[in-house]
Design a protein around this ligand. Structure first.
Ligand SMILES: [Zn+2]
Length: 565
């Protein structure tokens, strides 16, 4: 980073000189001052501001997808970002649960659920006793659809994003646009003061929609894109990009460890047929590599339609590729489908960078690429290779815990909810029965520590007092919002998941869920790589420092000073 170095005594000297010397001398002093500034001309730019910041999130991308498929990637996608940018090889989520909504919120706010408040993709609202989806908001209306898919806003996000801070810093002249197939992958990164966020409505619609939270009606370029037939053009066969027998970096095409799309789990997938015969309509794209292609197409339309990065005022574009997550959930991280999705995503990234070169100019924009969480190998597959892992039933836990508490206290419903690895108490009932919250915490702690497949338990009291001495406990605390979270948090044993026996999932504090790519590239970014451990919350402060703007309101991460020029 270039910092304008002004001698702090310079102004004082100039001031004193003016007061003490004759007019002619003043003139020469002014000339000197001009010369001084002339000499500083090449460093008058205090901060290296890019015209556009592009934040790319790849949903469920494990760090090792970069290394596992390295030989198969082209030169212009992931490799361009790594070879010409900065690769943080040891970047992790520093909280649990590692889910999509908290992940996207943490990347762009530079803090964890403890402060931004998005503690899950959905969570139990203890004030109303209802389930809350943090981007859903029925006080706003849909744009581009008659359905309710557009009723979204960042209502439950308690902190600002770096896009919000850039809006403030530029007097709202720098734009912020969010794009993803998923609502939460678009709304949370874009933040509160965004110009727009767009996400995909599947079913019979197959188009990008938005919310009245951002604008009164969809811009013409969005209407044009939706009418262009672009989405329909992907209703074709999904074949592997290269001959399938060359995909030696993944497991067989058909295994017991993968799920299926309407009974089909091998290439090629006839998407036209699957769309017509299935219940999810255009939603079938979510489970295929083409979901990512549609995302790129829409992003390129946004670049053009919104004229992003066209002037000197920095704009922010957030793009989250969601299909990777659906493919991982459906087929597992070791599947041929996952491999093909990443090889094709590499081409999507290359296409996006090429267009940025053309529209914004090479060297004029800054990109980072990361993920909202990683994912576990299918435990049944691990077991088949004698590696530990397994399946945990939250339903059984709920039943057993309720039964235990009922027997002990002779009263029903002291436990009101179990979700996101947290147990919620009913405070009203506790009061009614004159039971101390901390007493029930201890009881539940003891019961759960003895429960099979649970490896760690933390009570609210322990979390509040910092009564833990390990990294896992720290991650639990960082994901624990004092008002929104429950009263006892638990961690399953490694590779134990509460999920179907087919496909991968995520949510734990273990490295298979926390280790994600973190790549920076472009204007103001150094070339290099590091194995130093860094945290997901470091991205937003680093981008803020690059832009010379305020950090997001609750940022707890640190500036990765080795990354910025
Ligand atoms: Zn997921």
């Amino acid at each position: 980073m270039k910092i304008l170095k002004i001698n702090p005594f310079f102004n004082l000297l100039l001031f004193l000189s003016i007061g003490l010397v004759s007019c002619s001398t003043v003139k020469s002093e002014v000339e000197n001052a001009n010369t001084f500034f002339e000499n500083q001309k090449d460093s008058t730019e205090i901060y290296t501001k890019p015209k556009l910041v592009v934040g790319i999130v790849v949903d469920q991308m494990r760090y090792d997808y970069l290394t596992r498929f390295w030989e198969r990637y082209g030169e212009d996608g992931f490799k361009r970002l790594i070879n010409e940018g900065y690769n943080l090889k040891n970047a992790h989520y520093n909280y649990m649960p590692t889910y999509t909504a908290p992940g996207h919120a943490s990347i762009f706010t530079g803090t964890t659920p403890r402060y931004h408040g998005v503690i899950g993709n959905s969570f139990y609202d203890k004030t109303t006793g209802e389930k809350v989806v943090p981007v859903e908001n029925n006080e706003v209306s849909s744009l581009g659809t008659e359905g309710s898919e557009g009723e979204r806003s960042p209502k439950y996000l308690l902190a600002s994003t770096f896009g919000d801070e850039n809006r403030l810093a530029t007097q709202f002249k720098g734009k912020t646009i969010g794009i993803s197939l998923k609502d939460r992958g678009s709304v949370l990164p874009a933040g509160h003061a965004a110009n727009a966020a767009y996400w995909f409505a599947g079913g019979e619609e197959g188009k990008f929609v938005s919310s009245s939270y951002y604008m009164e009606e969809l811009p013409k370029w969005v209407e044009d894109f939706n009418a262009s037939g672009k989405v329909d053009s992907y209703l074709k066969n999904w074949e592997t990009l290269y001959p399938i027998e060359t995909y030696v970096e993944s497991g067989p095409d058909s295994t017991d460890f993968e799920g299926d799309i309407q009974g089909r789990k091998t290439f090629p997938y006839n998407l036209k047929k699957l769309k017509e015969e299935g219940k999810s309509g255009y939603g079938v794209f979510l489970y295929t590599a083409y979901g990512n292609s549609i995302t790129t197409d829409f992003t390129l339309a946004a670049l053009e339609g919104e004229e992003l990065g066209k002037d000197e005022i920095t704009d922010v574009l957030t793009v989250s590729y969601s299909a990777t997550d659906y493919v991982g959930h459906k087929f597992g991280v070791n599947s041929k489908e996952a491999q093909d999705t990443y090889l094709r995503l590499d081409q999507e990234i290359a296409k996006l960078l090429k267009e940025l070169d053309k529209k914004v100019g090479e060297g004029e924009y800054t990109v980072f690429l990361t993920a909202d969480h990683a994912g576990v190998h299918v435990p049944a597959y691990l077991n088949s290779k004698n590696i530990p892992g397994g399946y945990f039933s939250t339903k059984e836990l709920r039943k057993d815990l309720k039964k235990h508490v009922e027997e002990k206290y002779k009263t029903e419903d002291l436990i009101s909810n179990i979700s996101n690895f947290q147990v919620f108490f009913d405070y009203e009932k506790l009061k009614e029965k004159n039971i101390e919250r901390t007493e029930l915490e201890k009881e539940v702690y003891t019961f759960m520590m003895d429960y099979p497949k649970i490896s760690e338990v933390y009570t609210r009291e322990m979390i509040e007092k910092g009564a833990y001495h390990d990294k896992i406990g720290e991650k639990v605390k960082n994901g624990f919002h004092p008002k929104r979270s429950g009263d006892v948090a638990y961690v399953l044993a490694p590779s134990e998941i509460s999920y179907s026996r087919q496909g991968s999932t995520h949510g734990s504090p273990y490295t298979y869920d926390t280790h994600i790519p973190m790549l920076f590239y472009g204007k103001g970014i150094n070339k290099g790589a590091s194995t130093k451990e860094v945290k997901i919350v470091d991205i937003a402060p680093t981008i803020s420092a690059l832009l010379g703007i305020s950090f997001p309101s609750a940022a707890t991460g640190e500036v990765l000073y080795e990354v910025i020029d």
